[in-house]
Design a protein around this ligand. Structure first.
Ligand code: ADP
Ligand code: MG
Length: 729
């Protein structure tokens, strides 16, 4: 029996991993592995607790005098939980998380003790030289610092045989340049708070704080460990570089929201339990569109926390998947011809009184505050499409965007009919006194309750959709850190809010107009100028691509097309004005993106070459030999006059296979010659060459192998096929 058949047999015999059932409800153990509000209140002196809470709630500067109390309380809590070590947990520009473990163990006058000072809490110094810096630092300038983020609770993870206290931190260089994803996000939240508070005050409402909220939905595939281990392409690059669509894929739409397989459900329950313990408010689980594709969504939180928690979701679920003999795949396009994986980032603004600034209420046309913030967002999206595209740009996400499954690469806003009407009325000075009230949905069956109707229907084809009381940015890649799209959004919206504040201040100083009259005229101008970005139709259609071009909306199809705008003079000015990033930091990020793009594609290229040469070619040669021998044997028999027949079709199959083998070798030789570094030192030139020369050659090689897969003896085919990987679980 072939290895593949063996694998299939052993997977079908698998029993679901045993997870102990507990009657405990999540609310009883939620956050029990975090240094949460309850622990802080119990263990800190009253005054220290109050000051810490104030920093967390309002973003006020941290009072240095409380840090030794916090360190000591955190240590005693962590040690009670069995933690022997602590780790500063940070988010370098790799897009992953990093951690450096240190023991609490130390000596005091020769005696062994467990120690944790405020200095150790506040600051760490991991060697930064091996993290991408995009040229901010030379390798010999190794110092990098981590600094405690008090707004994201420390948590304890079970690792190996013990427990470790994880402290969320930012990460910067010796000169203070950010080397991570978290720093700009935190800065952008502070800017947004300042801008929004100022505008609200002008509008006559004073609040202590305004902060962005984010709710992240995470898509992923689950495949069996054994299949994974037999696919060197998946192991090396996170995606399959060869393979044909499964015989039955997603055509029947029967997987979406289908019943969840037992083995998968246990994995989900196991993961959810661990995540609740870590204070991650997970909420929704369901089957996604593609076979073996699933989704988990968390309840929204302040953005910084939501981003940290989404990173934890990915880490914990990947680890637990392994325990259940699965691999959790979060690559954006692991299987060709099958739906890819995204991450949806739902975003809104909340004030310290718990009021959602993007909640239209029942009468949006009368809700000036809502329309004002809506206008700020619409303007921001229209003004900064390149930055949004950059914030979600990776080599892997290029496979999704615009490929008739994920949202298109063209950035537009969906508002739905009702809000679009509100805006049209505002622009054309039409009265909307008789605005149609929302009618409940009547089902026509008297025993069924009438359903309340949402403000708008959904539109899944739009990258940035208003969904009732928040915006949903759907273009994020499943594997990415959600920071960048959120800090870009926070920053450009802050800029838009300030634009409105400045105009409003001018109007109010120069005339005795009322705030609402002044605002109406400002908002009218904004919508007039920026309404081109609003589109409620089908974002997948060719008509939209044409229409968008007519409206002057850019279509950055790939990372390379977008990233060159990262350090445009306007972008540099924007980041500088809001102190999100300095010039050096922006250029560094651009370089890191380009380097990563090139490196990832070169890893894929090497994987393809090795698989084609050493795994596919031998199978093809065997098939060729067996076909040739078979034809030869038949001919010998025919020659002896035993029977009359022709081998015409068999010979043509042999010739087809032979020419495929020839093309494969030619294609492999061509691809092996490609080297982006021959383009000189310019990252952009290297990336362009990678996109325009290497990727088409990779696609060519794949096409050849994929045809081979369809004609080579199944028992000779050396790697698990999609039809196995995606249907057996
Ligand atoms: P869908 O799959 O239809 O997009 P889900 O219910 O799976 O919707 O996810 C909606 C997400 O939006 C959840 O993460 C939810 O917590 C989040 N969300 C709801 N209200 C807000 C808000 N005010 N700010 C940010 N996110 C929100
Ligand atoms: Mg969604």
């Amino acid at each position: 029996m072939t290895i593949r058949k063996n694998t299939v047999q052993s997977i079908t015999k698998r029993r679901p991993h045993r997870v102990k059932f507990t009657k405990k409800m999540p609310n009883q153990y939620f956050g029990c592995r975090t240094f949460n509000d309850h622990e802080q209140q119990e263990r800190l002196p009253k005054n220290a607790y109050k000051k810490l809470k104030n920093t967390i709630k309002t973003g006020a500067p941290l009072d240095n005098s409380i840090t030794d109390h916090v360190a000591s309380a955190m240590k005693s809590w962590a040690i009670e939980q069995g933690a022997t070590h602590y780790a500063h947990w940070f988010q370098p520009l790799t897009g992953l998380t990093a951690e450096k473990h240190d023991s609490f163990f130390s000596f005091s006058k020769g005696d062994p003790i467990m120690e944790f000072s405020d200095k150790q809490l506040i600051q760490g110094e991991p060697d930064a030289s091996s993290f991408p810096s995009g040229g901010i630092r030379q390798t010999f300038e190794a110092r990098g610092y981590t600094a405690w983020d008090p707004t994201s609770p420390a948590f304890i993870l079970e690792a190996g045989l013990g427990f470790t206290l994880f402290i969320p931190t930012v990460f910067c260089s010796y000169l203070g340049d950010a080397l991570d994803m978290k720093t700009p996000l935190m800065k952008s939240q502070a800017c947004l708070a300042t801008s929004a508070k100022k505008l609200l005050k002008l509008m006559g409402r004073e609040v202590d704080n305004v902060f962005p909220t984010t709710g992240l939905e995470q898509e992923y595939f689950l495949i069996d460990d054994e299949f994974y281990n037999q696919r060197p392409d998946l192991i090396a690059s996170g995606r399959t570089l060869f393979g044909n669509s499964p015989l039955k894929g997603q055509e029947l739409d029967d997987h979406y929201f289908g019943s969840i397989p037992q083995r998968v459900l246990r994995f989900m329950q196991d993961s959810e339990r661990a995540l609740y313990e870590l204070g991650v408010p997970v909420k929704t689980r369901h089957n996604e569109v593609a076979p073996n594709q699933f989704e988990l969504a968390s309840i929204f939180e302040p953005t910084n926390l939501a981003v940290d928690h989404n990173l934890l979701v990915m880490i914990i679920m990947k680890e637990i998947a392994h325990k259940h003999k699965f691999r959790m795949i979060t690559h954006e396009k692991p299987f060709k011809g099958v739906n890819g994986c995204g991450k949806h980032s739902n975003w809104s603004l909340c004030d310290s009184e718990g009021h959602n600034l993007l909640d239209p209420g029942d009468t949006p046309h009368k809700n000036l505050e809502f329309i004002t913030f809506l206008a700020a967002v619409v303007r921001a999206i229209d003004l900064w499409p390149a930055l949004f595209r950059i914030s979600i740009a990776t080599a892997s996400n290029d496979h999704r965007l615009g490929a008739h499954e994920a949202p298109p690469a063209i950035l537009s806003v969906f508002l739905g009919d009702q809000l679009t009407q509100v805006i049209q009325n505002l622009i054309s000075d039409d009265s909307d006194e008789n605005f149609p009230a929302k009618k409940p949905i009547e089902l026509g069956v008297s025993t069924l309750p009438p359903l309340p109707r949402d403000n708008s229907d959904r539109n899944r084809t739009c990258p940035f959709a208003f969904t009732g009381n928040k915006f949903e940015f759907r273009s994020l890649g499943a594997n990415q850190n959600a920071s960048a799209p959120n800090y870009i959004l926070n920053t450009v919206v802050a800029e838009s809010i300030d634009y409105i504040s400045d105009l409003l201040t001018d109007s109010l100083t120069n005339s005795d107009i009322t705030v609402s009259k002044a605002l109406e005229s400002i908002l009218k101008d904004i919508f007039k100028k920026h309404q081109r970005v609003i589109y409620n139709g089908d974002g997948y259609s060719d008509d939209w691509t044409k229409e968008a071009a007519k409206r002057g909306l850019p279509n950055y199809k790939t990372l390379v097309d977008a990233v060159e705008h990262y350090d445009s003079p306007e972008a540099i000015r924007l980041f500088d004005k809001y102190k999100i990033m300095n010039n050096r930091e922006v250029v560094a990020r651009k370089n890191v993106r380009l380097e990563k793009y090139i490196t990832e594609i070169m890893i894929e290229t090497r994987s393809m070459l090795e698989i084609a040469n050493t795994i596919i070619l031998p199978a093809a040669l065997k098939q060729q030999e067996s076909l040739a021998n078979s034809i030869k044997a038949v001919k010998i028999i025919f020659q002896s006059g035993y029977a009359m027949n022709s081998t015409k079709n068999q010979e043509s199959r042999l010739s087809e296979l032979s020419s495929l083998i020839e093309s494969l070798l030619a294609s492999v030789n061509e691809l092996a010659k490609c080297n982006p570094h021959q383009q000189g030192d310019d990252h952009l030139a290297q990336a362009r060459y990678t996109k325009d020369d290497i990727i088409p050659k990779m696609n060519g090689l794949r096409d050849i192998v994929d045809v081979m897969e369809l004609i080579i003896d199944d028992s000779l085919w050396p790697m698990p096929k999609y039809r196995e990987i995606l249907s057996i679980i």
